[in-house]
Write a protein that binds this ligand. Structure first.
Ligand SMILES: [Zn+2]
Length: 226
């Protein structure tokens, strides 16, 4: 029985997937949620087996790499002891805003992607759709790196991707960081720090910084980062 977007988001938020913890239970929940005939589920584990990237695909096996990936990360930053007026792992509503650790960055996107994917009929797809959800993005995109280094079937994944990072709820075309070989390692969203080393995985492309689309921002927020 599919859950509403809100109910599914609440389930995802309830998993404490802070980066220093295992994400296996969360990944397994999501895999079971979309599992059905015609859906292919692959698990790409970390070296020590405590984390896993999840790759879910449906659609024709034509190897053309057409189609679309919906990409996100499963981990969240620590909730901390201060600044919260409610349990960070229990989704709540404040006005028109959902509040919970990772509600915006980025389990809100994961919930929407899972439900849109679950609503598809795999037998009627004319092009491939993939969900690529990684671990440890918040501590150095370790899961994406592991996936790029160990994934043995790149032709299974479409070239085009939507990465559901909040980016201040604005649409950003391509990647907003410029890659500098030999630069320092850091989060690619931190523009004021020294230039990052080229560390994009194959789900993103280095482009000019701040290359934003002209699409208007959404009228209202549906989730909030806390
Ligand atoms: Zn994020």
């Amino acid at each position: 029985m599919p859950l509403t977007d809100e109910a599914l988001l609440a389930r995802l938020v309830a998993f404490d997937s802070t980066s220093h913890r295992s994400n296996l239970a969360l990944a397994e929940f999501m895999a079971e949620y979309v599992d059905r005939p015609g859906v292919r589920i692959a698990r790409n584990p970390s070296a020590d087996g405590t984390k896993v990237n999840l790759v879910v695909t449906a659609g024709p096996d034509d190897r053309s790499r057409r189609g679309l990936m919906l990409c996100g990360h499963m981990d969240v930053v620590p909730a901390g002891d201060t600044g919260w007026h409610s349990d960070p792992f229990t989704l709540s509503r404040v006005g028109g805003t959902f509040v919970g650790r990772g509600a915006c960055d980025m389990k809100g996107f994961l919930a929407l992607a899972l439900n849109r994917f679950a609503a598809l009929d795999p037998d009627r797809l004319v092009t491939r759709i993939a969900l690529v959800f990684t671990y440890d993005e918040e501590v150095g995109t370790l899961g994406a790196r592991r996936l790029a280094e160990t994934w043995t079937d790149p032709e299974l994944l479409p070239r085009s991707a939507v990465v559901g990072e909040p980016t201040s709820l604005a649409v950003v075309r391509m990647h907003r960081a410029r890659a500098h070989p030999g630069g320092a390692d850091r989060h690619t969203g931190a523009q004021r720090l020294p230039a990052p080393r080229a560390q994009c995985d194959r789900t993103c492309r280095a482009g000019a910084p701040g290359t934003r689309s002209t699409e208007p921002r959404p009228d209202g927020r549906t989730a909030a980062a806390r």
